[in-house]
Design a protein around this ligand. Sequence first.
Ligand SMILES: C[S@@+](CC[C@H](N)C(=O)[O-])C[C@H]1O[C@@H](n2cnc3c(N)ncnc32)[C@H](O)[C@@H]1O
Length: 248
Amino acid sequence: MTLAEDVARYYAARAPVYDETAGYTDAQAERLREPIQARYRTLFTGHTVLEIACGTGYWTRAIAPAARAVLGIDIHAELLAQARRRCASLPHVAFEVADAYELASIPGGFSAALGIWWWSHVPRERLPAFLDTLHGKLRPGARVLFADQLPYEGHRRRQDPRGNTLEERRLPDGRRFWIVKNFPTEAQIRAALARSAEEIEYRERPDERSWSVRYRLRAAAANRAGRRCVARAAPPRREDESCKPAGP
Ligand SMILES: C[S@@+](CC[C@H](N)C(=O)[O-])C[C@H]1O[C@@H](n2cnc3c(N)ncnc32)[C@H](O)[C@@H]1O
């Protein structure tokens, strides 16, 4: 099994307890997340957003009131069923099962993209191709935000030969998994984005135990990635049609 498959297998097992174990049902944590939600809403105001690995749609729900449209993708239908319930009252939000490394069925032309707690699960050797695939779905100049966790205590970890950090996770029922959980430095993140991004803003927020990077997609990068996607996958669609997520 590949590292990416290990991650997917772990989240399949965690799906029934994801919200609870992620702290999304905790009222006090919810109050602490309110300013984060407000920041993200501001960032995506008026945008057509492609959200990668959206899980149960917690952040989809948070940004949706300001966005023009949101399409959340995740590899697990069970998580997306929860996301659909969470966003049931939002007709401009849709969800689709898709592999973030392929996105073959996903239309192009989005003006923004979002990935929360996802970058850390991408094996280092797959990061360039993942970013190219994502960028191929975006318009030139699109806004992108990734946010993830700063290092924390309490888990066993080891390194693999490619420099990935593998972390042991335990589910409430006792099952154990080893999954890739990287904690990239600012320099590594900037290096990964150097070819395709401009206006890169990296920030660490220790009080929120997170880092984030936001950037604008260079026109040349969108065109380059888009050409590669078109060559690999479906024929291109008209942009005005393709940036609208299908109905929920
Ligand atoms: C840490 S969770 C983050 C979920 C959500 N973004 C959040 O912040 O609550 C990681 C997510 O990645 C999804 N995932 C794992 N492998 C994936 C893949 N290859 N393509 C798309 N999603 C994947 C999992 O199903 C899970 O929902």
